[in-house]
Design a protein around this ligand. Structure first.
Ligand SMILES: NC(=O)c1ccc[n+]([C@@H]2O[C@H](COP(=O)([O-])OP(=O)(O)OC[C@H]3O[C@@H](n4cnc5c(N)ncnc54)[C@H](OP(=O)(O)O)[C@@H]3O)[C@@H](O)[C@H]2O)c1
Length: 302
């Protein structure tokens, strides 16, 4: 296939592009080369190359800043995505686009399915949802992949933040009442490579695996501590994730649990945003990796 990637300097893009390039003719463009909010630039690009597939790694991901910079978030995550979708429609290209667990409100107690009703509770989530709606209403041939809590070598992320904070503070305080599935960009990229070769267009969820162990008691202590009902589908809290990062790095700092009410941030986050990846595996053949194994590989690499 001839593949065009936009947003090529992003964290996911940096792991994805070399993997795609092993199997497909790949042309990638950063923001300075192609700004997805510039309609002419987008149409010139897609019209000139006429790729089989456009992969959109461009996004406005500043979740807290979006609350006060609504226009910037919607310009990239909604209008920019609309232009890509329209150009793909015009020149017969398929589109692979990424979205987020933050399109959900977090009120579920079971992992979200791709067909569950989104209900964003932040400006960022709303802007990403608007992008999804454009993709789905303009195109028939798209892969819309929701993912969550990315970390990778090529961008700012929670793992780097925790390691930095551990150098500056003896005790770290991390929220325990937000359950999610962290995802290593290398794994996401591997899944994407498989999915785009399948031709199975649709809406998907892909994260690393956070299933409860098969031997877990029905209601685990951590979920009780987090003040939640049993989560049959798993998920971990940011507190648990932070503890594991430090443990794997052999850093002795303590991590204390806190709550979102104590740790106020401009944007609200869903309390539970675990995504069910069953359909992704069924349609691509890619099996998500357990989150501890992913984290170990990442930590060994950095
Ligand atoms: N990171 C996460 O935890 C997370 C979680 C769920 C879903 N996602 C989604 O996964 C995808 C990949 O995320 P990521 O973390 O790899 O993103 P990222 O590191 O923030 O990269 C996004 C890239 O897009 C570029 N960009 C911004 N505006 C642009 C524009 N108008 N035209 C072209 N490029 C533009 C950015 O450039 P500048 O930096 O120069 O602005 C940056 O290089 C995104 O769709 C994101 O919403 C991410």
């Amino acid at each position: 296939m001839k593949v065009v990637v936009v947003g090529s300097k992003g964290m996911l893009a940096q792991d994805l592009i070399p993997m795609i390039a092993k199997e497909h003719e790949t042309l990638s463009f950063d923001k300075d080369q192609v700004d997805i909010t510039d309609k002419k630039s987008v149409f010139d690009l897609v019209g000139r190359i006429e790729p089989d597939l456009v992969i959109n790694c461009a996004a406005y991901n500043q979740v807290d800043q979006a609350e006060t910079n609504r226009e910037a978030a919607f310009r990239v995550n909604a209008y920019g995505v609309q232009q890509l979708a329209l150009a793909c429609q015009e020149f017969g290209s398929a589109l692979c686009h990424f979205s987020t667990d933050y399109v959900f409100d977090g009120k579920s107690t079971l992992p979200y399915q791709p067909y569950d009703q989104p209900n964003p509770i932040s400006v960022y989530g709303a802007s990403k949802r608007a992008g999804e709606v454009f993709v789905q209403s303009i195109l028939n041939r798209y892969y819309l992949i929701r993912t969550s809590s990315l970390y990778g070598k090529g961008g700012n992320n929670f793992v780097y933040t925790i390691l930095r904070l551990a150098k500056e503070n003896e005790v770290l305080r991390v929220v325990q009442d937000q359950m999610m599935s962290p995802t290593w960009t290398v794994n996401l990229a591997q899944g994407v490579v498989k999915l785009i070769s399948s031709g199975n267009f649709g809406v998907y969820h892909l994260t690393d695996r956070t299933d409860p162990p098969a031997t877990a008691p029905p209601a685990t202590a951590r979920h009780e501590q987090a003040g939640r009902h049993e989560q049959a589908g798993g998920g971990i809290s940011w507190f648990e994730f932070a503890k594991e990062i430090l443990k794997m790095k052999g850093i002795p700092n303590e991590v204390d649990p806190t709550t979102s009410q104590e740790f106020i941030r401009p944007a609200r986050r869903p309390a539970y945003s675990v995504l069910d990846t069953t359909l992704f595996t069924l349609c691509s053949g890619y099996e998500p990796m357990p989150w501890q194994e992913s984290l170990k590989r990442f930590i060994d690499m950095i």
